[in-house]
Design a protein around this ligand. Structure first.
Ligand code: ATP
Ligand code: MG
Length: 684
């Protein structure tokens, strides 16, 4: 084959360890190219080798290659890999980044075309919410009825579809949508007045500029001789259009992706971009990579079997280059705490074998799940990091709850006072807090006493006085109820959350983030139950948060399955495979079968992060959403092929109705939940 002969002659180190299909993908340099391949087949490797090859072959200068990926972390990784191959030649590779970062760069150069100055600000979510709140206030819209974050999610959905307000058609029947469209119009106008744009605008404005300014578009279409996109299956409509414009002249677009790993539909990803690529780009060459270099045969077979239950997929063969390896361990635990102990025991075994903690990851479905593991790791002194998230006790809502508890515990805790005096809002703004601070300092009071005195002396604005007074009264009441043992520490927090309006604040604004926050708080209540009193709990939290937070060094990795895309680890733990948690109830409720298939793709992503070992687990009982529930093993467990699985014998089955646990578990009738019995029946 000619291309192979040519490549052999070139004899570049980076080409030597590629297989034939990969070489073909790297060396096919003219026209549209789609690489469709399963997990771990070297898609990202091909992409980075291809960038290097284009430059080494002098097909383009580094600044003529546009490489787009999904996250900053992935972009960094790509940059490192290319630099490793190209060394000095990688200098000038200035168009490698995420859709957002590259769009921001283009937009700064041509901001005038959308009425902005080039020094425009990019506003974050907090500013977006503030802006929407102001608009709602002006229009007398009650944000308790229509949450700003919900409004923003609708607007973002329109932006992902490429719709400016004047192009958006709200459904006539949908009054809510009509209202949001009116807000959208004002919001865009205000952004312009502020010389600002939000994240969605970065791409939307670029597309508008490309569409309406041939001269500007020409600069980029002439310049970008090669365009490469990783994780293409998760691009949305506007990103697809953005790419389409930039590819117009040279048409050398190479996208890599895996339909089985499409897991971001909730952020507007459209699998259509991927499935209809060859319709949009005529003469597309499609290359399939069918060898997996990451995972053992057992891991791959389990993942492949599981994903084969999805109806909507292209379907592909994937064979591993690795040996069969260990069986996948399927562990059943009594409860979440035991699951964390079981996982940490396995990790300690790996440590004894001199495995690196950096090569181990725990992937959860919902972020609140990290808490149980964090507690365990803190207890046994196992260092960990959370990728793409915050450690449990550092999450804002958890810190708020802890601040309430600390202040109740002792009134001198000024930091806590400052943190929560106006959360939820009580008309005690920054200026009032400054006044309280000044007065208290002058008179050597703690802030709580200072505030009381200011009220007594009538030195505070009436509106602020009202809010502050009710806050101070509540704190005194809670403190008293706890000290006379009317309530215990867990009940205390429940009452605080109710009476302070904190829970209502989160519940009123329904969005994914607030739902995560509520789940985290429920998990905090679970954590508190493990302590006898407030004092011992607060001490535990103080110790937990003082542990070193450095990123480097040897640490176990914890993250959500969503955040694990594109990454790989020697050993992967997948806990909490229980109905309701995984597949997640919300996904099923909101999106039915489509939701279920997306959850299954998540499972596929999770399993295929593992190189050597995968541990799937579930527990029979879980304290979830404030109650002990009998959990039922995830339906995905039924879909795993028996021959590749080792079911752990935490019990010995005697007969259908009578079985006993081994020494790890009590033989307690209580624990024989329907879910458990169902599981036993299933695994027979
Ligand atoms: P994902 O779908 O998870 O993003 P991917 O298809 O992008 O996976 P890569 O991350 O590029 O896969 O590669 C998976 C692993 O296989 C990496 O460790 C990579 O170095 C290795 N690999 C890829 N191709 C080869 C090859 N030809 N020879 C040896 N190792 C390879
Ligand atoms: Mg990849």
């Amino acid at each position: 084959m000619i291309y192979n002969d040519k490549l052999k002659m070139l004899n570049f180190e980076y080409l030597k360890n590629l297989n034939d299909a990969q070489k073909k993908a790297v060396s096919h340099l003219s026209g549209p190219l789609l690489i469709v391949a399963g997990a771990g087949s070297g898609k990202t490797k091909v992409l980075t080798s291809r960038i290097a090859h284009i430059i080494k072959q002098k097909k383009a200068y580094p600044n003529q290659v546009l490489s787009v990926t999904f996250t900053n972390k992935a972009a960094q990784e790509m940059q490192n890999r290319v630099s490793k191959i190209l060394k000095k030649e990688a200098i000038g590779l200035s168009w490698l980044g995420t859709f957002h970062s590259i769009s921001a760069k283009i937009l700064r150069r041509h901001a005038g075309a959308v009425g902005l100055n080039s020094n425009f600000s990019i506003i974050d979510q907090n500013d977006q919410v503030r802006l929407i709140k102001n608009i709602c206030k002006d229009r007398n819209i009650d944000i308790k009825q229509l949450a700003p974050k919900y409004i923003l999610s609708v607007i973002d959905g329109w932006k992902n579809k490429g719709l400016y307000p004047n192009k958006t058609i709200a459904s006539k029947k949908n009054i809510l949508e009509k209202g949001i469209l009116a807000i959208y119009k004002i919001y865009q106008k205000k952004l312009l007045d502020l010389n600002a744009c939000d994240f969605g605008d970065l791409i939307l404005h670029c597309v508008y500029i490309f569409e309406n300014n041939n001269d500007i578009l020409g600069i980029y279409t002439n310049n970008f001789k090669y365009i490469l996109v990783d994780e293409y299956q998760d691009t949305n409509f506007i990103q697809g259009k953005w790419l389409n414009f930039l590819t117009k002249k040279h048409r050398n677009i190479c996208c890599v992706g895996d339909d089985d790993q499409s897991i971001y539909s909730w952020r507007g990803a459209e699998i259509k971009n991927f499935l209809e690529f060859d319709k949009v780009y005529k003469d597309t060459k499609i290359i399939r990579l069918e060898k997996n270099y990451r995972s053992t045969q057992n891991i791959l077979e389990v993942a492949s079997k599981l994903i084969s239950h999805n109806q909507n997929r292209v379907g592909k063969n994937l064979v591993t280059t690795m040996e069969s390896g260990d069986l996948i361990k399927l562990n059943c635990y009594k409860n979440g705490k035991d699951e964390a102990i079981g996982v940490s025991d396995e990790i300690e075994k790996k440590l004894k074998k001199k495995n690196s903690l950096n090569d181990i990851a725990i992937l959860v479905r919902a972020i609140f799940q990290t808490r149980e593991f964090e507690e365990r790791f803190l207890k046994i002194g196992l260092p960990y990091r959370i990728i793409g998230g915050t450690k449990f006790y550092e999450r804002a809502e958890i810190k708020d709850c802890i601040a309430y508890l600390r202040l109740i515990y002792q009134n001198k805790d000024d930091l806590s006072f400052e943190r929560i005096v106006n959360v939820p809002k009580r008309s005690v703004g920054d200026t009032s807090i400054k006044e309280i601070n000044k007065f208290s300092k002058k008179n050597s009071f703690c802030l709580e006493n200072g505030a009381k005195k200011l009220i007594e002396l009538n030195l505070i604005k009436p509106k602020t006085k009202l809010g502050l007074n009710s806050f101070l009264n509540l704190i005194s009441k809670w403190r008293n109820d706890y000290s006379i043992k009317k309530i215990n520490h867990v009940k205390l927090l429940q009452i605080v959350l109710d009476e302070s309006g904190y829970s209502a604040m989160l519940k009123n604004k329904k969005d994914l983030e607030n739902e995560n926050r509520l789940e985290n708080i429920k998990e905090l209540l679970v954590a508190m139950k493990e302590f006898d009193n407030l004092e011992s709990f607060l001490e535990h939290v103080a110790l937990a948060t003082s542990i070193d937070q450095k990123w480097d060094g040897e640490k176990v990795n914890l993250m959500t399955m969503h955040a694990s895309k594109g990454l790989e680890f020697d050993a992967i733990f997948l806990p909490g495979w229980e109905e309701g948690l995984f597949p997640h109830q919300k996904s099923l409720e909101e999106k039915g079968d489509k939701g279920l298939e997306e959850e299954r793709r998540l499972a596929y992503v999770g399993i295929t992060r593992a190189k050597k070992n995968a541990f799937i687990s579930f527990s029979m009982n879980r304290y979830y959403q404030g109650d002990w529930i009998d959990s039922m093993a995830s339906r995905f467990i039924d879909e795993l092929p028996e021959q590749n699985i080792e079911k752990n014998n935490f019990f010995e089955e005697k007969n259908d109705d009578d079985f006993e646990f081994n020494q790890d578990f009590e033989t307690d009738k209580e624990t024989r939940s329907p879910g458990w019995i169902r599981y036993l029946k299933r695994i027979k």
